[in-house]
Design a binder for this molecule. Structure first.
Ligand code: SF4
Length: 84
């Protein structure tokens, strides 16, 4: 985060209580050079609250669900079963 667009912003900006606040925080994340790492950190650590990597809590839940579903589908493909 020391290298992020938020380095000199108040942390509270990234823990908004409404949609307007979420959009305000996401604007700061736009073009952030470490947005990908920030997002992956939040996902890997199951951080539920706040805006991370330009995503809202809801968006991260969707990403996690999509990745989980894709992983399950990949694991159930015949070629995956044949090699296990
Ligand atoms: S993506 Fe957003 S929250 Fe993450 S480091 Fe960048 S500005 Fe900060």
């Amino acid at each position: 985060m020391a290298e992020g667009n938020c380095a000199h912003k108040a942390p509270s900006l990234f823990f908004p209580s409404d949609g307007v606040g979420v959009e305000r925080a996401k604007k700061v994340c736009e073009g952030c050079p470490v947005a990908t790492q920030c997002l992956e950190y939040a996902i890997a650590n199951r951080i539920d609250h706040g805006v991370w990597g330009g995503t809202s809590e809801r968006q991260r839940r969707r990403i996690i669900r999509a990745r989980t579903k894709a992983a399950r589908e990949a694991a159930s493909r015949p070629e995956a079963l044949a090699s296990s």
